[in-house]
Design a protein around this ligand. Sequence first.
Ligand code: FNR
Length: 383
Amino acid sequence: MTVITEIEDLRRIYKRRVPKMFYDYAETGSWTQQTFRENTTDFAKIRLRQRIAKDMAGRSTRCRMLGEEWAMPVALAPVGLCGMQHADGEIKAARAAEKFGVPFTLSTMSICSIEDVAEHTEKPFWFQVYTLKDDDFMRRLIARAKDAKCSAIVITVDLQVMGQRHKDLKNGLSAPPKPTPAAILDVMTKWRWALGMAQTKRRFFGNIVGHAKGVSNAASLSSWTAEAFDQSLDWERIKELRDMWDGPVILKGILDAEDAKQALNVGADAIVVSNHGGRQLDGALSSIRALPSIMDAVGDKMEVHFDSGIRSGQDVLKARALGATGTMIGRAFVYGLGAMGEEGVTKALEVIHKELDTSMALCGKRDINDVDRDILLVPEDFE
Ligand code: FNR
């Protein structure tokens, strides 16, 4: 029995338990994966300043994001196909987040529907929408999120066209998996996963199938998806989408200070500095390297959240010290979910919380709200 002390432990168990097709889907970045790799290696280039002899009793990582108080500045990022990483994956992740006291974001491309997740949770969650061509469908999605009492909408703005992940093409990624001999053999060795899937009530792209026009099965879903994303998206359209929701709106996928200023102009309440976990523009800046200039541009006017590359509480601390109000974790919770379902997501949150709390103390801070740039040594070329 592995003693889990770090996110990497969860990744190793996850790799053993989930079919290769879904492991690769999560673990891979686009094309050469340069940006995917630098998302984590650039974090390591920022150093923390150790301080001593400061009162460290009574520490707190509690903070405010979008007008509410949370256990720590971490949210679960929207991740498509969570329900293929573990049976009822979105429900399991949402329940773990709720119990821990951090926000959960449901992806449009989830297996469990908005209604499924709302039925199995008590607190409101955030809902992520892609910018889709079909205005009626977008309005219906947003109306469903409102009926489910979602507390914020996250509009993902970095996926007008899709980055290519070689492994997904080679694996013939599909949900449910294509029954090739290799996939059948693989699934037979992942018995826990297969058993869970066999036992779950069938939920298949619950936000889309049966809701988008003409989408009723896998074949119609794949042609709809190929057509669905709005390649002509512009700021005017983003403003229209913003105005469809009367609560807080977060624009996710900003990597440039000019775009951050535009996000402010169209009335976004917050942005997420993100390169989609290195899954979109390969060769783009790592997200942590992009954060300082965006903070300079809009940091005193709106909430700036951050994701891409977080694998530890130390990473959360660094992003927060550079000014981020909150952070999102993607793969770090997916590893836990695939490894052990709800318990695994809870474990991922516990690991990150402990690392954040202890490292904050070793930097001489006892309240996350007092953490600032002063605790960091940032390489000059990050500016
Ligand atoms: C994602 N991401 C994503 N983002 C989004 O807005 N909608 C989505 O459906 C998905 N789907 C998705 C699937 C998988 C498997 C991954 C790994 C990521 C991006 C996600 O929200 C987040 O930006 C990144 O995961 C952050 O990077 P890290 O934490 O995974 O390094």
